[in-house]
Design a protein around this ligand. Structure first.
Ligand code: 3HC
Length: 328
């Protein structure tokens, strides 16, 4: 539940700038936006950098499982769509790094934390993509979960983050639909194609539910993030919303959601689902998922390979600045 935004803020920060603090509290209480120029508590800033940079890293690492299938897409049309989607993810990463930079954290610092393995990114991208149907399952389930989680973030209290999310969510809905459509086509295909689609759904369903984070009682950041109007719903509330959304879509597709405990609960009006494997989730977060090592190694190699581009861009910027200085 949301609580008073002042409740958990250390007193030292409240004392830093009483006027700024009062204005910040007013803006949060009025459900208005905080902009980069506004005074904000250090803990608010830190929490945002944490969430936004993790989100940016997820978008960038998230390019890998799907890029893996660009060269093996079954048709030119599918290849073009998948390339566009992977490029969109890169764009999302860039909007998000830019939003995080407005909080004063340099992009280099965030990149370095990722390649050093100090930063978190979404658990979901540490699972392998074993077949073409995985592109459908990722679009339907992973991007579907992303939309469920991210649409409320369009109302996050930090302006640059909320504005980035509006654009990202538009693109995510295209991603979700293309995934649904891949699965639909496979489900109308041969028995082998239907089996391939079901197998992909079997493997991606539970990890996609875990994308929403740990159960509420173990979510260390939720309470404060909700008090600050960054998060609008708890992890479990969003997970429930997602399951309720998936059930009729699975029916339309003709796939079975791999959960024997899934049943409609008349009392709550929601689909009750079985216990998730939180031990597996913790293993993935601890760097011991199926693809953690591979994903980071690939990102590190890409970062190192790109060093000459960064150096060339910096040299060009220096040259331009020198020329401008001489002309002045
Ligand atoms: N994967 C990895 N780490 C996770 C996680 C997940 N699925 N869920 C939670 N965690 C981590 C948190 O980062 C936190 O660690 P930290 O304190 O060291 O930062 C810890 O587990 C406890 O979780 P909390 O519930 O306290 O964390 P949050 O309140 O931040 O909630 C969140 C987690 C729901 C993921 C929230 O951060 C959020 O909404 N983030 C923005 C959206 C986002 O990052 N999505 C990632 C997927 S990107 C994507 O979907 C791309 C698309 O193209 C498919």
């Amino acid at each position: 539940m949301a609580q008073s935004p002042t409740a958990q803020v250390p007193t030292t920060e409240i004392d830093d700038d009483p006027d700024g603090r009062a204005r910040f509290d007013e803006l949060i209480a009025a459900d208005s936006r905080i902009e980069p120029r506004d005074w904000m508590p250090a803990a608010y800033r830190k929490n945002l950098v944490r969430q936004i940079s993790q989100h940016a890293h997820s978008e960038i690492i998230g390019m890998q499982p799907e890029a893996n299938w660009i060269s093996r897409a079954p048709s030119l049309k599918r290849k073009a769509i998948l390339m566009a989607k992977v490029q969109d993810e890169a764009g999302h990463g860039l909007y998000l790094y830019s939003a995080a930079q407005t909080l004063g954290t340099p992009r280099d610092e965030m990149f370095q934390a990722l390649v050093d393995g100090r930063a978190r990114y979404s658990s979901i991208f540490n699972y392998p993509t074993l077949g073409w149907a995985d592109m459908g399952a990722i679009g339907w389930l992973v991007d579907g979960a992303a939309i469920c989680n991210q649409v409320p973030l369009c109302r996050a209290s930090y302006g640059p983050y909320a504005r980035a999310m509006v654009r990202i969510c538009k693109e995510e809905s295209f991603h979700q639909r293309q995934g649904f459509e891949i699965l639909l086509e496979l489900m109308h295909g041969t028995p082998a194609q239907r089996a391939m689609a079901q197998d992909a759904v079997d493997r991606w369903y539970a990890p996609s539910l875990m994308m929403f984070g740990p159960p509420d009682e173990e979510s260390v950041n939720s309470q404060q993030s909700m008090a600050w109007n960054i998060k609008r719903f708890s992890n479990d509330d969003l997970r429930q919303r997602f399951v309720d959304m998936l059930v009729p879509q699975a029916e339309a597709l003709g796939v079975t959601l791999p959960d024997p405990d899934l049943r409609f609960d008349e009392a709550t009006g929601h689909w009750a689902y079985g216990e998730l494997d939180w031990h597996e989730f913790q293993e993935v977060l601890g760097g011991r998922g199926p693809c953690n090592t591979q994903r980071l190694a690939h990102r590190r190699a890409a970062f190192e390979d790109g060093a000459w581009v960064r150096e060339a861009a910096a040299a060009y910027a220096r040259k331009q600045a020198d020329a401008a200085e001489q002309a002045a």
